[in-house]
Design a protein. Structure first.
Length: 165
C-alpha cells in the first residue's frame, strides 16, 4: 500500500511539473515572437504550477518591463533576487524599472550594489548616471558617465558628447 502511494505521488508530481514546463515553453516561444502580453499569461500559468520557478519569474519580469508594467516587473525581479541576491543582471534590470518609475533612491541602491561587487560594470555606471541627472546631480552624473566611457562603453561616449559634461 505504501509503495503505491509513493508511485501515485511521483506520477502526480511529474504531471504537474510537465504542465508547468509546457507553459514555460509556450511563454518562451511567444516572447521570442514579440507577443509579450501572451507570454505573460503563459509564464503566469507556469508559476501557478511552481511558485518557485525563478526562470518563469525572470522571463515574466522582462515581459512586464517591455510592456511598461514596471511595478509588476519589480515584483518578479524581487522574487528572483530573494533566492539569488547576487545576480547583477537582475539587479540592473530591477534598478532600471525603478528608474522608469522615478524611484531613483531604490534604483541607485541597486546600481551601487552592483558596483560594490563589480567596479567595472559599465551599464550600472550609465544607469546610475541617469538617476543622478534626474535628481539634479549633474556633476555626479558626468562622473559616472566618464567612468563608463573609460571602461569602453560607447553609449557613455555619446551621452557625454550630448550632455555638456
Amino acid at each position: 500500500m505504501r509503495y503505491s502511494t509513493i508511485l501515485i505521488f511521483l506520477f502526480a508530481f511529474n504531471m504537474v511539473f510537465a504542465q508547468g514546463e509546457e507553459h514555460m515553453k509556450k511563454g518562451d516561444n511567444l516572447f521570442s515572437k514579440g507577443k509579450y502580453e501572451e507570454a505573460i499569461i503563459e509564464y503566469s500559468k507556469s508559476i501557478e504550477y511552481d511558485e518557485d520557478n525563478l526562470n518563469a519569474h525572470l522571463q515574466r519580469a522582462m515581459a512586464y518591463n517591455i510592456t511598461k508594467q514596471y511595478q509588476k516587473a519589480i515584483d518578479d525581479y524581487n522574487k528572483v533576487l530573494d533566492k539569488n541576491p547576487g545576480l547583477a543582471n537582475v539587479k540592473n534590470s530591477r534598478g532600471s524599472s525603478y528608474m522608469k518609475l522615478k524611484i531613483y533612491d531604490k534604483a541607485i541602491k541597486d546600481f551601487n550594489d552592483i558596483l560594490n561587487a563589480d567596479s567595472k560594470n559599465q551599464e550600472a555606471y550609465n544607469n546610475r548616471g541617469w538617476c543622478k541627472k534626474h535628481l539634479g546631480d549633474d556633476s555626479g552624473a558626468c562622473e559616472d558617465w566618464k567612468k563608463s566611457k573609460k571602461l569602453g562603453n560607447s553609449e557613455a561616449k555619446i551621452i557625454l558628447k550630448n550632455s555638456g559634461c
